[in-house]
Design a protein around this ligand. Structure first.
Ligand code: GLC
Length: 567
């Protein structure tokens, strides 16, 4: 194959450490557990792991409130356990990237404790302080963006929870300290970072107030009631008006370049992938982040062929326009969103849709990212008892809805259960035994286990079932690995008006692959015209085909996935 870098050809898999595998039977995932599952991941065909934060944290935001950037949370093990995990991953040819939270620390981080201790300590200016709240800015997680600290008799700024104070990135000492943490893990051999919430790093220096006609609590409440396209559009505009001065401010590109230069000092092509929609963070394609998630692909109510085609045209056009051509990065799920199977599953067709969407992510041009549990079709678990919520953002919403907005508690609990990210962070389902084999039966896992582990949604049962979703992923991943066209081919849409199915080519000089995804319950007969090609040799399909089909007469079964090499 080609000149592509490892992060272009790799299949990434996101591990949510708290829920992946519990190696010491305390109800919480850990490095021992992850290390024990590396053979499972290798067998699945994973090439690289992204770990959600594994650092010490008071866990107000499930690890995204870091209290020490150069250590391991005790519940996940020790630094030595991490090193063993890293070594064992690398020994299997699996790379590892970590989560880097730049915007904020925990309010229990030593930097913040010092900063808030007085107005004139050496770190007094490491966070953003004002004598009075200077404007009406909101926190996207818990209401007001300014919280009072009696020690200084001042207010500090936080885009996320009040337990997540924003660092003052305009202070060079902050940068210096964070870059040291970045080097700490690179020195240990990690292969890169996923950058958390990059858009929030800088704020408008003039502190211009927002013009949204409501508070965050009201916006969340309206969000939970929204049903129509128009509702979502209107609320999207309000969200934009509310946060436009707290997002995407000047300075970010220079900062990303600085960070990239640090990674480039290391050998082995260390890489960065950004949590943002905007490919502008790839700079010229070679001087900022290597990858930026294609969130616009997944940020829709319905994943239709028309939406996918529109997304690909726009995204790939943007990437191609970068001075050094950029590379795509596709995903349909992560720890912040409803699970792929639930979200895009259309109820009773969810297994068929899960197969189609898995194929989509593994055959589009760009690096695919899977979220743990997706490969066995794990679904959301709606937690309706507010006392069981661990996602503080949802607990805050519940309290604000009941106490400030006077919403009926049962209704508020239902909304909280729907909006919380706990629903898609439940423990991984390994077996069909109690607690899904995540923890022993007599241990209570940190979040409830989805009872559908007993209905075949677990790794053990699916390993043994040739028709399972897990085996579907495994086969498909191998087809992808063995096909130069699927890894690096250009994308060319076919039948661009088709509403019920998606058809596209992936083309390299040596191979042309046709991908057809039938998103409907109807069989159809399709005819494709591709210059110089007449036959289709199925490489992978959920229906039966002859070893050689005629390109202008291909029959497609309901919900069929077909990948064929053209000749
Ligand atoms: C990112 C993370 C999310 C977290 C937030 C604050 O969006 O993905 O889980 O809550 O940043 O760090």
């Amino acid at each position: 194959m080609s000149q592509l870098k490892w992060w272009q050809t790799a299949l990434f898999y996101q591990i949510y450490p708290r829920s992946f595998a519990d190696g010491n039977d305390d109800g919480i995932g850990d490095f021992k557990g992850i290390t024990e599952k590396l053979d499972y991941l290798k067998d699945l065909g994973v090439d690289a792991l992204w770990l959600s934060p594994h650092f010490p944290s008071p866990n107000w935001d499930c690890g995204y409130d870091v209290s020490d950037y150069c250590n391991v949370a005790p519940e996940y093990g020790t630094l030595d356990d991490f090193k063993t995990f890293l070594h064992q991953s690398h020994a299997r040819g699996i790379r590892v990237i970590l989560d880097l939270v730049l915007n904020h620390t925990s309010d229990e981080h030593a930097w913040f404790l010092e900063s808030k201790s007085s107005r004139d300590n050496p770190k007094a200016d490491w966070y953003i302080w004002h004598d009075t709240p200077p404007n009406n800015w909101q926190s996207c997680f818990d209401g007001d963006a300014w919280t009072y600290a009696p020690e200084r008799d001042q207010y500090y700024y936080h885009y996320f929870m009040k337990q997540q104070p924003d660092l003052n990135w305009r202070n060079p000492a902050v940068k210096q300290a964070m870059w040291e943490a970045v080097r700490f893990w690179l020195d240990l051999g990690v292969d890169g970072y996923r950058l958390d919430a990059i858009g929030t790093i800088y704020e408008d220096t003039t502190l211009t107030p927002h013009t949204a006609p409501m508070t965050m609590a009201e916006l969340r409440r309206e969000g939970s009631l929204a049903r129509t396209k128009e509702d979502y559009k209107r609320l999207g505009q309000i969200w934009h008006d509310m946060f436009k001065n707290q997002w995407g401010q000047p300075g970010l590109h220079a900062l990303m370049k600085e960070l990239r230069a640090i990674l480039d000092e290391y050998d082995g092509d260390r890489m960065l992938v950004g949590e943002d929609d905007d490919i502008a963070y790839m700079g010229d394609g070679n001087d900022e982040l290597q990858l930026v998630f294609n969130f616009p692909l997944m940020r829709v109510e319905h994943l239709t062929p028309a939406h996918i085609r529109r997304n690909q045209v726009q995204r790939l056009k943007g990437l191609d326009a970068l001075p050094t051509r950029g590379w795509g990065c596709n995903t349909l799920g992560n720890h912040d969103t409803s699970r792929v199977r639930t979200r895009f599953g259309r109820g009773t067709e969810s297994l068929e849709l899960a197969r189609l969407n898995a194929t989509l992510i593994l055959t589009l041009r760009g690096t695919p990212f899977l979220y743990n549990g997706e490969e066995i079709g794990m679904t959301d678990l709606i937690i309706t008892d507010p006392t069981l919520l661990r996602d503080t953002m949802a607990s805050w919403y519940y309290d604000a809805a009941v106490n400030d907005l006077h919403v009926d508690p049962t209704e508020a609990a239902r909304h909280a259960g729907e909006m919380t990210r706990d629903k898609n962070r439940t423990p991984n389902q390994w077996t069909h035994t109690p607690n899904a084999g995540f923890s022993p039966a007599d241990v209570t896992p940190w979040l409830p286990v989805n009872p559908n582990y007993a209905e075949g949604i677990n790794m053990q049962d699916q390993q043994d079932d040739p028709a399972s979703l897990l085996n579907f992923y495994k086969l498909l991943i191998q087809v992808r690995k063995n096909s130069p066209a699927l890894i690096e081919g250009e994308y060319r849409p076919l039948h661009e008006r088709a509403r019920a199915y998606l058809a596209f080519l992936r083309e390299t000089p040596e191979q042309t692959a046709l991908v057809v995804l039938n998103y409907s319950d109807k069989a159809r007969a399709l005819s494709f015209t591709v210059d110089g090609k007449h036959t289709a040799h199925p490489l992978f399909s959920t229906a039966s085909h002859k070893p050689e089909e005629t390109l202008n007469r291909i029959s497609l079964a309901p919900y069929e996935v077909l990948i064929a090499e053209l000749g």
